[in-house]
Design a protein around this ligand. Structure first.
Ligand code: CP
Length: 335
């Protein structure tokens, strides 16, 4: 068990001791997983343990001194083969808050452009004595492939249209923080389900936590066999909003759409875009989420994104605490 930070010239406070005890107790049950590749492989108990640890870390990052020495003996490489703002920055901040050594790799500007393979790239990074890889890749299954070929621990920061497990964990944490337990809650995931990696991870996490999940969007953007996951399918966004307590709106991923899935963006916005008037008309509280980046004025109007219904920036804040928890739990798995 790694110790907690004691600022210079300050005695250990009761608060610090309570926090260390809480983390030590959480640690006793241990997480059996070596990697975090997808929510599919994570049990309900493991999800709850990560969320509970994140609650403790959220308290830490709201202190005047936000840093703890928990991972000071660990070196982590953030290996990003695809663009990112939130995930890359919040992983880096989480690692720094835990006192890990951090290196950052972006495929653009690297020797990948000269033809170096994924495995060679990662093996060269690991040769520099790196313990853990956080990787985003445009290919489905890239982190699963790596896990079979390298010894280091891997965290999937998004693989193509497949999974984005830390986004699902921070989404679950944000709903739990706003509404309490997810069990019995009604959550609608609205938008481009077909090209989204957040959709599958969210569905799996929300269901494991006991929520009822609906997906909503044009039929062309809903995977054909999705109802086999036990989700409701709704094509009418007004009905989806009337049904749910939480609306998680997803981005239209034009960069992944090789063919036309709807006639025009204008028509998509007309039928599936969400604005504040639609939320206000519901005559009930509703929590609005979006994993980002938002296409403002397309799937979500600014007046909704910036309204009192929205917890979008809370999701971003919680991303740091949740990623601290994931890194901490995985690093402690081997200690
Ligand atoms: N939500 C999310 O994954 O955002 P980024 O692509 O900016 O990391």
């Amino acid at each position: 068990m790694r110790i907690y930070y004691q600022p210079k010239n300050q005695s250990i406070t009761q608060k610090n001791l309570q926090l260390a005890t809480k983390l030590r107790n959480l640690q006793k049950s241990g997480l059996p997983m070596k990697h975090l590749l997808g929510i599919k492989d994570v049990s309900l108990a493991e999800i709850q343990q990560i969320l509970d640890t994140a609650t403790n870390f959220k308290e830490v990052i709201n202190r005047p001194i936000k840093k703890v020495p928990s991972l000071r003996d660990i070196t982590i490489a953030n290996v990003f083969f695809e663009n990112s703002t939130r995930t890359r920055l919040s992983f880096e901040l989480a690692q720094k808050r835990l006192s890990a050594d951090v290196i950052n790799f972006s495929a653009s500007g690297s020797s990948v452009k000269k033809g170096e393979t994924l495995l060679d790239t990662v093996n060269n990074i690991l040769a520099m004595k790196v313990d853990m890889i956080v990787m985003r890749h445009s290919s489905v299954g890239a982190p699963h492939f790596l896990a079979k070929h390298i010894k280091a621990q891997i965290v999937n920061a998004g693989d193509g249209t497949h999974e984005h497990p830390t986004q699902a964990l921070l989404d679950s944490f944000s709903i739990r923080e706003k509404l309490g337990d997810l069990a019995g809650r009604k959550i609608a995931i609205i938008g481009d389900i077909l090209h989204s990696r957040v959709a599958l991870s969210d569905i799996l996490a929300f269901q494991k936590l006991g929520a009822e999940v609906m997906v909503c969007g044009p039929i062309t953007l809903i995977p054909r066999y999705i109802s086999q996951l036990g989700v409701k399918v709704e094509l009418d966004v007004q009905k989806a909003l009337a049904w749910c307590e939480v609306a998680n709106v997803l981005r239209i991923q034009l960069e992944r759409q090789q063919i036309k899935y709807f006639p025009s963006l204008r028509e998509y916005t007309l039928y599936y875009g969400i604005n504040k008037a639609m939320l206000d008309r519901l005559d009930k509280p509703i929590v609005l989420m979006h994993p980002g980046p938002i296409n403002r004025g397309i799937e979500l109007a600014s007046d909704a994104a910036d309204s009192e219904h929205s917890i979008i920036l809370d999701q971003v804040e919680n991303g740091v605490a949740v990623r601290m928890a994931v890194l901490y739990e995985l690093a402690n798995q081997n200690s």
